[in-house]
Write a protein of this length. Structure first.
Lengths: 209, 206
């Protein structure tokens, strides 16, 4: 159990897919202009990552080494198709906002990367932890980034048609935050901050040990 | 069939105004991963142009020739496309290794990576799923339009990658604050570069 929690926590901090490993960036920057879109994208990735980790880890003993990548991709594509159809059926507005990014989860480096680096070599139970941890690490960063961009860019935070926070109509935010360059620049600072934080955490770990 | 002017607009739109890397964020992994070296960037750009043209033609034919007549295009396109792309890349790699060793040396190691390059799958998907591409074509592309569109996307990819690689080479010797060194600074520069591409959008009124 201790190891399970350790694996889960690694995804959130020291091996966070976005800020440390720097994989899966494309979707992060692209859909983080709206909180609800980013949140659903995060949930979709958590689902695909956890389920594909479980399945890949369950069949790892019968998977021949030479054809493992095509097998991974087919498994991942199956779960992405589920997400694609569910979002299209129940959340059409979010489906049209996310657009091509849903099919692109198939080639999201996080999912394939974890399948190859973790699920293929570890048991089902630990792979669940890895999927949840990595997925949550992605979800937190992408939703946080979207919250900052939407709140300061447009002055209010919307979630499924409800206004959560609003600065009032007089607020004139820096428009650039909502545009593409804002995402790049903001994310640059997010990485710088999280590197500094991880350095400090690592130093404290050494100090106490 | 659309007129020549429309095709030209599609090419420019796909290459510059809706540049796949800098204004749509597709394929950023390879963008940040390899742009710290000019040599690898050239190899990757060549490989992407080559594979993308082949792959999106193949997936277009596969979609309209096989999936659509069978009525399964709606829910099988994701696994089908990725398999077509993966198989195609394997064939290209084998072919090049046997018949064109020089070309293989130039872009061989990038070929397997391209299977998971989002740009290829994105271009293939957008060609058959109208509405995903920003210019909002009300219909799926014809084969000719698809070729022009893919060429535009691939050229845009190469252009952005090479210009960013050139910037990053200068960045190595620039005085940058310690905590921003490396990746954070690269992101900020990419942001400034993408600002330029947004300007192009208003130029063509797209």
């Amino acid at each position: 159990m201790k190891q399970w929690l350790e694996v889960l926590r690694n995804g959130l901090s020291f091996e966070n897919p976005l800020t440390v490993l720097m994989i899966g960036l494309c979707s992060t920057l692209a859909v983080s202009s709206k909180v609800e879109g980013a949140f659903f994208m995060g949930i979709a990735v958590v689902f695909v990552l956890t389920m594909s980790n479980v399945l890949i880890s369950a069949v790892r003993k019968f998977t021949p080494d030479e054809v493992r990548i095509p097998i991974f991709i087919v498994i991942i594509a199956a779960f992405v198709t589920i997400v694609d159809l569910v979002l299209k059926g129940y959340f059409p507005s979010i489906y049209s906002f996310l657009g091509v990014w849903i099919p692109l989860i198939v080639v999201n480096c996080i999912v394939l990367g974890r399948a190859e680096a973790y699920a293929y070599h570890n048991g089902v139970w630990l792979s669940v932890a890895d999927g949840l941890g990595m997925g949550a690490g992605y979800l937190i960063i992408i939703t946080g980034l979207a919250a900052v961009r939407e709140l300061f860019g447009s002055g209010k935070l919307m979630f499924l048609g409800q206004t959560l926070v609003s600065f009032g109509a007089a607020y004139r935010g820096p428009n650039i935050l909502l545009l593409f360059p804002g995402a790049f620049i903001l994310f640059g600072f997010v990485i710088a901050g999280s590197h500094a934080l991880n350095r400090r955490l690592a130093a404290r770990k050494e100090g106490s040990a | 069939m659309s007129s020549l002017a429309q095709l030209a607009l599609l090419l420019v739109g796909a290459a510059l105004v809706n540049n796949i890397l800098l204004t749509r964020f597709i394929a950023l992994c390879s963008f940040f991963g390899i742009s710290d070296n000019m040599q690898t960037s050239v190899g990757m750009s060549l490989a992407v142009v080559f594979v993308m043209m082949l792959a999106s033609t193949a997936t277009w034919i596969f979609y309209y020739g096989v999936l659509k007549p069978l009525g399964v295009g709606e829910f099988l396109y994701i696994p089908a496309f990725i398999l077509v792309i993966a198989a195609l890349v394997q064939f290209v790699e084998m072919y090049l290794r046997k018949y064109s060793p020089a070309l293989y040396r130039a872009m061989g190691i990038y070929l397997p990576l391209i299977t998971t390059n989002c740009a290829v799958l994105a271009a293939a998907t957008e060609a058959v799923k109208p509405g995903f591409f920003k210019m909002n074509m009300p219909y799926g592309f014809t084969l000719g339009e698809n070729l022009v569109y893919t060429l535009g996307v691939a050229l845009g990819y190469g252009f952005a990658l090479l210009s960013f690689a050139a910037i990053r080479e200068r960045l190595d010797i620039a005085p940058v604050p310690r905590s921003l060194k490396g990746a954070p600074m690269a992101f900020i520069c990419a942001g400034l570069l993408s600002l330029g591409y947004i300007g192009l959008g208003s130029l063509f009124g797209l």
